[in-house]
Design a protein around this ligand. Structure first.
Ligand code: DX5
Ligand code: ZN
Length: 220
């Protein structure tokens, strides 16, 4: 069975205590870092200098999610900074194939994200260029929103399209992932789960991570 991964998002962490906040999630698989530029999404978070410091102190690999315009220009530097994976938005990349290759050449896994209303079909022929497809399960920009069930058929179609591929493609979901919703996403074919408020909003983040893992495989 595919290993299911939980990547807590530090968007819901205490930004003035990031080093301690990273330690709270040391039992997770990676730390999800949301970079927002106030143009692609109506919110502003952090950029390369802060990501470099997170990289230096994090006990976990970095899963960088770029919600920024002109991804072609800015994304490779995050791979060069040592991020394990760098995910750009399909809607913000002029040349997604070239960009995915640049990310891999720089030593990162290449990820591409789709907003809830962006179909996967135009990208099916390039999925082999990617290591990760992020199906956004809320409109990107903010933590604490409700999971959009309308994204489930897209997750299913993407999972179906990559079944039996030479190189495995991880399907990641991000937004509204809780103990209540994670099983629906897992059943549809997602294998990597980003969780912000449901992990950092808990008193015991490690227990929240364990509970999400259990809920992702719960039967009937
Ligand atoms: C939203 C971000 C998410 C966010 C998820 O645009 O990409 O990573 O942190 O937060 P929750 O899990 O609270 O929906
Ligand atoms: Zn994210």
């Amino acid at each position: 069975m595919t290993h299911l991964r939980i990547n807590p998002s530090i968007l819901s962490a205490d930004f003035v205590n990031l080093e301690a906040e990273l330690q709270r999630i040391a039992s997770a698989d990676a730390v999800h870092v949301d970079v927002m530029d106030n143009h692609f999404v109506p919110n502003l978070t952090l950029g390369l200098p802060v990501v470099r410091r997170i990289q230096a102190v994090s006990p976990l690999p970095l899963d960088v999610h770029l919600m920024i315009e002109d991804a072609d220009r800015w994304a490779p530097a995050y791979a060069e900074a040592g991020a394990a994976s760098v995910t750009f938005h399909a809607e913000a990349a002029a040349a997604p194939v070239r960009l995915a290759r640049e990310l891999r050449d720089a030593g990162a896994k290449a990820g591409m994200a789709l907003r809830p209303a962006t179909p996967v079909e135009p990208y099916l022929d390039m999925l082999g260029e990617l290591d990760l497809l992020l199906v956004m399960t809320v409109e990107p920009g903010f933590g604490g929103q409700s999971f959009l069930d309308l994204t489930l058929p897209k997750i299913r179609r993407a999972a179906e399209a990559v079944r039996g591929a030479d190189r495995p493609l991880a399907i990641q979901v991000d937004g509204g992932i809780t103990e209540e919703t994670i099983l629906r996403a897992a059943d549809a074919g997602a294998t990597v789960f980003v969780a912000g408020s449901s992990v950092y909003g808990a008193d015991d983040a490690a227990a929240a991570i364990t509970a999400l893992r259990a809920a992702a495989v719960r039967e009937g």
